[in-house]
Design a protein around this ligand. Structure first.
Ligand code: F6R
Length: 611
């Protein structure tokens, strides 16, 4: 949600800021802006709509002169996406220029106080209030930027990552964070601040991660870190190993299609990080065999697609490892009053490692004395740093807002967790364990097979492009997968879609089925097939157009469906990894057929760092 970037150094700032914003655009894309300075004068340029417009009006940044600046790409929280609400914002006295990612919850109350102190406001945003707070404390406490920032931080309720310029300090950029992501990059030509690593990866791989409630004072050739008491603290620079090729579309028309194709690699690399010589070893994540043996319960908490992975984990860990699992959406978990078992552990799942609700769930769990582990894709993210241990998925940077390869890598991680839990808790024999490892190892190749024959998917999508509603149904693991298929479809095609446990439809929602209604049925779990066939027959007899995803060799679907999409057969636990591929492709090609911006669907942002 919103991306911020800043630069101070030997090069012209604006072209660097524009390029960084391009990499951050997935975090928000309803408006953008730059503030660039040469000495005390700060030039601000803003534009609504996609970043392309800002690049056009500034001639890719070449129209602005200065070696220091800030940039922002917005996902609106307070106030509509308009030029006046776009960042950077300035205090009404011009002392402070600010970009912000986060939400300031007490902004209305602060705004009133500041108005009484002579400040005025032109926008509806919380950020403009923060800019004036900074100015107020700056003037009140001896024009000391660090003091002004710490005083402001302490009075803010909510979340923020700030990039700040003070009019009087042309040679310094300031940054501060409270619960929103922020990194500082060190390069030969100067220093950078950004919401995340990809924004600066083409300039440097050397990165500092400020902690919560810390301030960075950034000059051309140095950076210093302070806590909110203004004590200087030492931070080590980390070298980032990410492959920069993830940031480019290459031959693909969209990042989503590229990332769909990267799934065999994402899964292979996730598995090979933890499977060595035929053994799953998760001990580097803190989930040692000893810990796994003692657990009496798992709580798996996440949002969106990551929550759908948690649902798969619940079914399989309970079935195969015999360990009770509770899953919960992070935004519910964090506010629910309930007992948690002291011998249990929490596992949060997050691609970005920055999702505000998931992070809060992690913190609450730890405060309540539970061990809290994480399955995370982005190394160095806040969740990865605060968890008791991390299983890292190896999907690489995911750019498209709709997740594909990170979801698949998360599935790989939960399979390993499930199989290891089952082994150490004595629920499966060595032979069964080895069988699982063999199946896991062949998974990337089978995913590759599912990616063949895309012409059929393109054709099918074309023929369905007028659909207005869709229902995804399945039982057991297929229900967990239906949730993901439905989300993927609705988020990028804007077709209304719902997922139901197949047996549940007739308890009300079947009344929505009429002639031609699209029903996508998942039927990959052998022992549930006869039951699911009944459910297909029920919707067919009410006029539904049924597409079924089934495993090769299962012929039951043929008789009752209008179209069948076959995927290779594997162990029932792993079937979601294969069956999800046609669902992703269908959503992708439908979005293209309907003329939507596949990688940047309306109203969404990739990293949800606000509540
Ligand atoms: C859907 C999607 C979202 C994310 C959710 C959690 O395609 O990408 O539903 O899964 O916002 O994000 P992370 O995994 O970064 O915590």
């Amino acid at each position: 949600m919103c991306g911020i970037i800043g630069y101070i150094g030997e090069c012209q700032a604006a072209p660097i800021l524009i390029e960084g914003l391009e990499r951050l655009e997935y975090r928000g894309y309803d408006s953008s802006g730059l503030a660039v300075r040469d000495g005390r004068e700060v030039q601000v340029v803003k534009s609504t709509g996609r970043l392309k417009r800002l690049a056009e009006i500034t001639d890719n940044g070449k129209a602005l002169y200065g070696f220091c600046g800030l940039g922002h790409t917005r996902w609106a929280t307070h106030g509509e996406p308009s030029e006046v609400n776009s960042h950077p914002h300035q205090s009404s006295d011009g002392e402070v220029t600010l970009v912000h990612n986060g939400i300031i919850e007490n902004y209305a109350e602060q705004r009133k106080k500041l108005m009484a102190r002579g400040y005025s406001f032109v926008s509806e945003t919380d950020t403009e209030v923060a800019a004036s707070m900074l100015s107020y404390y700056y003037k009140k406490y001896g024009r000391e930027p660090l003091r002004a920032i710490s005083e402001t931080m302490l009075r803010i309720h909510g979340s923020f990552a700030f990039g700040i310029m003070f009019k009087d300090c042309p040679e310094v950029l300031y940054a501060a964070r409270g619960d929103s992501p922020l990194i500082i990059g060190r390069a030969e030509d100067g220093y950078y601040l950004a919401s995340d690593v990809p924004a600066i990866l083409s300039h440097t791989r050397l990165v500092y991660y400020p902690d919560n409630m810390e301030i960075a004072e950034i000059k051309r050739d140095s950076v210093r870190f302070f806590n909110s008491d203004l004590e200087q603290i030492k931070r080590d620079c980390v070298e980032i190993m990410w492959d920069n090729s993830y940031a480019h579309r290459g031959e693909y028309e969209h990042f989503m299609l590229k990332e769909i194709h990267e799934q065999p690699r994402a899964v292979r690399e996730t598995l090979s990080r933890y499977i060595k010589n035929g053994e799953i070893d998760l001990s580097q994540s803190g989930l040692t065999d000893g810990v796994m043996r003692e657990l009496d319960r798992l709580y798996i908490v996440a949002c969106g697609s990551a929550y759908h992975v948690a649902e798969v984990a619940k079914y399989e860990i309970e079935r195969v490892a015999g360990l009770p699992v509770e899953t919960e959406i992070a935004s519910e978990f964090r506010y629910r009053e309930r007992e948690l078992s002291k011998n249990g552990a929490v596992i949060v799942i997050s691609q970005s490692g920055e999702t505000a609700d998931t992070l809060a769930a992690l913190r609450i769990s730890r405060q309540r004395g539970l061990r809290a582990y994480a399955i995370v894709n982005v190394a160095g993210s806040t969740i990865s740093r605060e968890a008791d241990g991390v299983i890292y998925t190896q999907a690489g940077q995911e750019v498209s807002v709709a997740t594909t390869k990170a979801y698949s890598a998360q599935l790989a991680a939960v399979y390993m967790l499930c199989i290891r839990l089952a082994a150490v808790r004595g629920r499966i024999s060595r032979r069964v364990y080895d069988g699982y490892i063999d199946e896991l190892t062949s998974l990337p190749e089978k995913i590759g097979k599912c990616l063949e024959n895309q012409d059929k998917m393109r054709w099918l999508a074309q023929s369905l492009s007028g659909a207005e509603d869709a229902f995804f149904i399945g039982r057991g693991l297929d229900y967990a997968l239906a949730l993901e298929g439905s989300l993927k479809l609705k988020e990028i095609t804007y077709i209304h879609s719902e997922a139901y446990a197949a047996g549940e439809l007739k308890h009300g929602s079947i009344s929505l089925i009429e002639d031609g209604t699209l029903v996508i049925c998942l039927m990959t779990q052998d022992e549930l097939i006869p039951k699911t066939v009944n459910n297909i027959t029920e919707v067919k007899s009410r006029g539904a157009y049924v597409i079924t995803v089934a495993a090769e060799g299962d012929r039951a679907a043929d008789k009752v469906s209008d179209a069948v999409l076959y995927v290779p057969k594997t162990d029932r636990m792993l079937m979601p990894s294969l069956a999800v591929i046609p669902l992703q492709l269908l959503a992708y090609y439908l979005s293209v057929a309907r003329g939507h911006d596949v990688d940047k669907p309306r109203n969404l942002a990739k990293s949800v760092t606000v509540e």
